[in-house]
Every structure is written in structure tokens, then in C-alpha cells.
Design a protein around this ligand. Structure first.
Ligand SMILES: Nc1ncnc2c1ncn2[C@@H]1O[C@H](COP(=O)(O)OP(=O)(O)O)[C@@H](O)[C@H]1O
Length: 280
């Protein structure tokens, strides 16, 4: 673990001020760019700085958190940071609630502040590396991230839009244990030469059933708006990383049992090998 360096920030104080300066003047960001000699991806050495992209409901959280557990790096989801902040009585919670419930994006300034604070906390606990989920979501955020660190790999998860909508509408969270489930049974006929997609529901254990809640932004109208906003603001982020040749495009073949082994294969990861090397 000690060899893993979170290169997003050299020091927490530097991080916050750096990111804030980045937002106020592009020139300051360029001048302050830390030198970087980050090695290439080495999953076994866990030197990992990955980004997960993809539309709402595609499964970024599910697969980022599974990989985080497997590889021993933190899974940092900016959507979770936003939800934590809006459920607190912090100064921006009311403003965040309105933005999220309209399916819009939170400002780059607020997101970077939340992310900086999360990274600062992690660094003080000795965390290193990260799998970012839901960040960057605008080209501006991607440029700022590029200014402060090297990203090894960007995984772009893909599913057809009608599947995404069904998945968001079926999403449930246990209000007690916080685990995510999905009550939707998805059987969608493939169009334009694409294969059919089937996903079994991911049902909760009996003790969670009576405690299930839905996210307030998982209604049909808000999901449609989030998809529209994704296409407008986040598709260009895909192009940004595609141009840098850092992108792994991954079309989900089905639910977790079909997708997880295929994703590991695409990432060139052997689950048993990684687990053994972690306990060695
Ligand atoms: N990087 C970001 N930039 C701006 N807003 C964000 C970002 N990450 C999360 N949010 C806000 O939090 C909401 C929930 O995010 P998330 O849980 O990642 O949802 P999704 O299922 O749409 O991917 C978003 O709709 C947006 O309002």
C-alpha cells in the first residue's frame, strides 16, 4: 500500500487550493501543474487511478465498488458525496437538492470542493489510488483533473437508453444498510444488430424488503432529463478521453453474473490472482 501514491494531490492543503485556483484561472492551473511520472496501470501493484464513465443507471457504482473491494482502492462516487451533502444541513444542501431533483449538474466549483474534501479525508487515513465514479462529468472537470494528476484508465460502460431507464426506475436502496438492489426484470430486444439484453433483478434479502427506498431523482421525468444532460455535457468527456487513448469501451452483456467476469477479462484482471496477491 505504501508504494501506492495518490497523485491527485501532493498534500491535502495543496489539493484544495490547487483545485480552487484551477477553477478561478486556467493560467494558475497551468503554472502550478505538478510534475508527473506516474507509472502505467499495474493492477497487481494496485497503483490505480481509474475513472468510470457512463450514463445514469448503467452500473458505474456497482462495478466501481466491486473493483474497489477487489483491488483495495477507494471507490469515490461524486453522486454519493452530493447526496451526503444534501442530507446534511450544510450551507449548500438546499441548493443541491433543487439541482439534483431537476436532473441537472451541480456546479464544477461545488463538485470540486466536495471531491477535494473527500480526498483530503482519505489521504489523512492513508488511502492511495482511486476509482472515480461520476467525475469528471464535464470537459472542464476533465481538464482540471488532467492538470492535477495522471489518469491511467477510463472505463466507459454502455447500455441502450431504454435499458438505462428501466434500470433507474427499478433501483432500490435499503434505508438501513445502504445496499443497492434492483427490482426490474429486463428483457430488451436488440436493435440495429445489437444482441438482446436480459438482466435478472437483484433482489434484497428478506430483512431489507420493508426498508427499501428509491432515490428522489429516479423518476421517469428526471431520469430522462439526466440522460439528456449526459448526452450534452458528458458525451464530450468521452471524446476527451478517447482522444487521449485512455478509454476502455465496455458494452454490458447482461446482469452482474454475465458482466463481472467479462469486465475482469477486459481489464486483464484475474480475480483469484488478485485475491491471492492481496493475502500474500
Ligand atoms: N461530477 C459531477 N458534476 C456535477 N454534478 C454531479 C457530478 N456528480 C454527481 N453530480 C450530481 O449528483 C447527481 C447524482 O449523481 P450520480 O449518483 O452519479 O447519478 P447518475 O445515476 O445520474 O450517474 C447528478 O444528477 C448531479 O446532479
Amino acid at each position: 500500500m505504501a508504494a501506492m501514491t495518490t497523485r491527485l494531490f501532493r498534500s491535502s492543503t495543496y489539493a484544495v487550493s490547487f483545485l480552487q485556483r484551477s477553477l478561478s484561472t486556467a493560467a494558475a492551473a497551468t503554472e502550478s501543474k505538478p510534475h508527473s511520472s506516474h507509472p502505467r496501470i499495474d493492477p497487481k501493484g494496485k497503483n490505480i487511478q481509474w475513472v468510470f464513465l457512463g450514463c445514469p443507471g448503467v452500473g458505474k457504482g456497482t462495478y466501481a465498488s466491486r473493483l474497489s473491494a477487489l483491488l483495495g482502492v477507494p471507490h469515490i462516487a461524486t453522486g454519493d458525496l452530493v447526496r451526503e451533502e444534501l442530507s446534511s444541513s450544510g450551507p449548500v444542501s438546499k441548493q443541491l437538492e433543487e439541482i439534483v431533483n431537476q436532473g441537472k449538474l451541480v456546479s464544477d466549483e461545488i463538485i470540486i470542493d466536495l471531491l477535494s474534501r473527500r480526498l483530503e479525508k482519505g489521504e489523512s487515513k492513508g488511502e492511495s489510488g482511486f476509482i472515480l465514479d461520476g467525475f469528471p462529468r464535464t470537459v472542464r472537470q476533465a481538464e482540471i483533473l488532467t492538470d492535477v494528476t495522471d489518469i491511467d484508465l477510463v472505463v466507459n460502460l454502455k447500455l441502450p437508453e431504454n435499458v438505462l431507464l428501466e434500470k433507474c426506475l427499478g433501483r432500490r436502496i435499503c434505508s438501513q444498510c445502504g445496499k443497492n438492489f434492483n427490482v426490474a426484470t429486463i428483457n430488451v430486444k436488440g436493435e440495429n444488430g445489437n444482441p438482446d439484453i436480459s438482466m435478472a433483478p437483484l433482489l434484497p434479502p428478506p430483512h431489507c424488503v420493508s426498508k427499501l427506498i428509491s432515490r428522489s431523482d429516479d423518476t421517469e421525468a428526471i431520469v430522462q432529463e439526466r440522460l439528456r444532460v449526459y448526452n450534452e455535457k458528458s458525451q464530450p468527456v468521452e471524446d476527451f478521453y478517447r482522444a487521449q487513448k485512455k478509454m476502455l469501451e465496455f458494452v454490458l452483456p447482461g446482469g452482474i453474473p454475465e458482466t463481472w467476469p467479462k469486465l475482469l477479462e477486459a481489464l486483464n484482471l484475474d480475480e483469484n490472482e488478485v485475491k491471492q496477491s492481496a493475502t500474500a
